[in-house]
Design a protein around this ligand. Structure first.
Ligand SMILES: O=C(O)CCC(=O)C(=O)O
Ligand SMILES: [Fe+2]
Length: 339
């Protein structure tokens, strides 16, 4: 493998861990061939139809996909191919800068991360690097160093993703009986939403290594813009399913907060990214989050989860990951168990 100075030290780090990997860890997941699927495709132009039946059918599709799969894809989403292209080329350039610059120059609010510091087994490795940018910093000129032209692109991209996430959140809230339909809108502001720019370098050393470890998202919902390489897998009926990339579509998935808020009507589904031996991959995720002290509770009673704040939930998740290497989902938040 040709080493370039933009590379993070994934190979050094995980190569060493891999060579001393013992059987103390859980068995790494075997690379059983997974089925490839087209996620349910929803054309959002139906939402602006003059025909109320067409609008209603589209909203129903969104809710059904969120209930049955926790994942779907959308077209006519309002983010132009030109904007996606500009964002993508800016992202590529950003990751091509020297590793030292990514780590030390304060780029994008000092938000550069690589690998997974707590990993001890191959299936906990994250063969990826990312910039994790709070929305509040997207317009901050000081974040961009020499990448001045990226600022305008990021601003437009973040604004468009934000608008789309709110539109979807509103539709998903409509049937949950929370009263004011726009409540999620009211509790989600810029302070906690963020964009994550992901880069998954090719991983020639072991197919057991994941690009991003199995997880659920801790937000209300996530919108993902990925390239054509593929690698995203999600859990459906206890099996891993590979999502087939579609160049015109954005992927939407339900996060933990929507699952709790909807009393398990919508599913926050486990997903991960597998590595590719020869091709690198890029994606950008937008996370719709509420402010830290907002309280999350379902309208439907009895609730499955006790009321909690986003701060409590985030703290619990961080503690679990630090102690075990994994998120333990809603541990500590259940009021009752189903079944
Ligand atoms: O890159 C991807 O396909 C998925 C990213 C993801 O799951 C995340 O950032 O939470
Ligand atoms: Fe995710």
């Amino acid at each position: 493998m040709v080493h370039s100075d933009s590379d993070s030290p994934l190979l050094n780090h995980y190569g060493t861990l891999l060579s001393c990997h013992s059987t103390q860890c859980d068995e790494p997941e075997s690379r059983v061939a997974t089925e490839e699927c087209q996620l349910l495709m929803i054309d959002l132009c139906a939402l602006t139809s003059d025909d109320a039946t067409v609008r209603r059918a589209c909203a129903d599709d969104i809710r059904k996909a969120s209930t049955e799969w926790g994942f779907f894809q959308v077209v006519s989403h309002g983010i132009s191919p030109q904007l996606v292209e500009k964002m993508r080329s800016g992202q590529v350039k950003l990751f091509q800068t020297p590793f030292e610059t990514k780590v030390k120059s304060g780029l994008l609010n000092d938000s550069y991360r690589w690998g997974n510091p707590s990993a001890t087994c191959p299936n906990q490795f994250s063969w990826s690097e990312a910039f994790h940018v709070p929305l509040t910093k997207v317009s901050d000129a000081a974040c961009y160093g020499d990448f001045t032209s990226l600022r305008e692109v990021m601003k437009c991209f973040a604004a468009a993703m934000s608008e789309l996430s709110r539109l979807l959140a509103r539709i998903l809230t409509e049937n949950l009986g929370h009263g004011k339909q726009a409540r999620i809108d009211n509790i989600c502001d810029e302070t906690t939403c963020f964009l994550r720019l992901n880069h998954y370098p090719a991983c020639p050393i072991s197919p057991e290594i994941t690009g991003l470890v199995l997880h659920t998202d801790s937000d209300f919902l996530t919108i993902l813009c990925q390239d054509q390489v593929g690698g995203l897998q999600l859990m459906k009926d206890s099996k891993w399913v590979t999502v087939k990339p579609n160049k015109d579509a954005l992927i939407v998935n339900i996060g933990d907060l929507f699952q709790a808020w909807s009393n398990d009507v919508y599913k926050s589904v486990e997903h991960k990214v597998v590595t590719n031996a020869t091709m690198e991959r890029y994606s950008i995720a937008y996370f719709l989050c509420p402010y830290y002290d907002s309280s999350i509770e379902s309208f439907e009673k009895p609730s499955i989860y006790r009321r909690f704040t986003f701060r409590e939930y985030r703290d619990q998740v961080q503690e679990d990951v630090r102690k075990t290497g994994y998120k333990l989902s809603f541990r500590g938040f259940y009021l009752r168990f189903k079944g």
